[in-house]
Design a protein around this ligand. Structure first.
Ligand SMILES: [Zn+2]
Length: 356
């Protein structure tokens, strides 16, 4: 299940901002402040003269960029002036009781410990953990199988989901730590990879392509081709709208597949005599794990994603709706892998019962 759709939804919300610029970008005081900062700090050419007009920031004091930020996180003089002026203007607006504005499509976060968006970064790192755990438990489940057990194909596909998840959340952590064009694009590319890997794995599970080698290879090849074409399309002509549509389309397909799986498990469980459903858990437990959990995953992540639509930001707490969305996806990712494993074991139990 794609937990990174939130980033993409944010990009859709930010689309208008990118086309028109954020309201903060066009504030006179912000433009004046940046101009003064760049002159006072001699950002470009040390011999540049002061402008012939005066603005309220001529005598302001601007900090020098700390060495660590300059060398390790590549904050140059201009980007640091931009940052300092966002802070100065925002504090002035708060003091005057005015609305807080976004700059360049983002809220004016304070750098903390050198991190551009502290909470989004921390929650992105936290989101890495369930995918890493998923990777470990899937690998140990695979190790229990004999080499000839073809049911391992399904587990292999889930392993790819966990790898894509780990890559995506690493990219997201880096992007929220320091926002560059390249870190932003990596975040989007890997988000695309997670959506496709989830779609691919659940599709194979539902249509039991693990039992049909040729069809599966054809399907895998098609998905890889779709991803390569997607990357090529973005490389040739970067488009936020297209990227958003692509990810939402496959994200929604993935949710529909998961709901289908939940329903099919429900129908199957109901059709079974109670004693045959599983030797390990009661029917109620099985219904919860195999039907209700995937349903809650879809409903929960969709609801959490909708919190992005409110685009909330607190300067005091330095948190926004995007960070809260990232916090909301940790538990569902954790539960997703538990579901994959339980569904896999149930499927295997069903196949073994039929074989007996
Ligand atoms: Zn994000």
């Amino acid at each position: 299940m794609n937990m990174n759709l939130g980033c993409l939804l944010l990009s859709l919300i930010g689309l208008v901002n990118l086309a028109l610029g954020s309201p903060g970008d066009w504030l006179d005081e912000f433009i004046d402040c940046r101009e003064s900062c760049e002159i006072i700090r001699s950002c470009s050419d040390p011999s540049t003269d002061a402008p012939d007009h005066h603005n309220g920031f001529d005598l302001s004091y601007f900090d020098e960029t700390p060495v660590f930020l300059r060398k390790c996180l590549l904050w140059d003089c201009e980007s640091d002036c931009d940052y300092q002026c966002q802070q100065i203007v925002t504090i002035l607006r708060i003091e005057n009781g005015e609305e807080i504005y976004q700059f360049h499509g983002k809220w004016p976060f304070k750098r903390m410990f050198g991190i551009q968006e502290l909470y989004s970064t921390l929650f992105s790192i936290a989101n890495f953990v369930p995918h890493y755990r998923g990777f470990k438990i899937l690998r140990s489940e695979l190790k229990k199988l004999s080499h000839y057990d073809k049911s391992g194909i399904l587990l292999d596909k889930y392993v790819y989901v966990s790898i894509a998840g780990m890559l995506a959340w690493t990219a997201s952590s880096i992007f929220h730590l320091r926002d560059f064009i390249v870190t932003e694009k990596l975040d989007y590319f890997f988000a695309g990879a997670t959506v496709l890997s989830g779609f691919h794995a659940i599709f194979i599970r539902i249509f039991r392509l693990d039992k049909h080698d040729n069809l599966r290879h054809l399907f895998c090849g098609t998905v890889i081709l779709i991803f390569l074409m997607h990357i090529l399309r973005l490389y040739l002509d970067w488009s936020y709208t297209y990227n958003m549509r692509f990810n939402v389309a496959f994200g929604v397909l993935q949710y529909l597949l998961l709901l289908t799986l939940s329903y099919r498990n429900y129908v199957h469980l109901k059709s079974q005599p109670k004693s045959r459903s599983s030797p390990y858990a009661s029917q109620a437990q099985m219904t919860w794990q195999l039907c209700t959990v995937p349903l809650l995953l879809v409903v929960g992540t969709s609801l959490a994603m909708s919190c992005e639509l409110f685009d909330f930001f607190s300067y005091t707490w330095q948190i926004d709706s995007h960070a809260i969305w990232h916090a909301c996806t940790i538990l569902p990712s954790w539960k997703l892998y538990d579901f994959f494993i339980r569904d896999y074991r149930y499927l295997k139990h069903r196949c073994n019962s039929l074989a007996e």
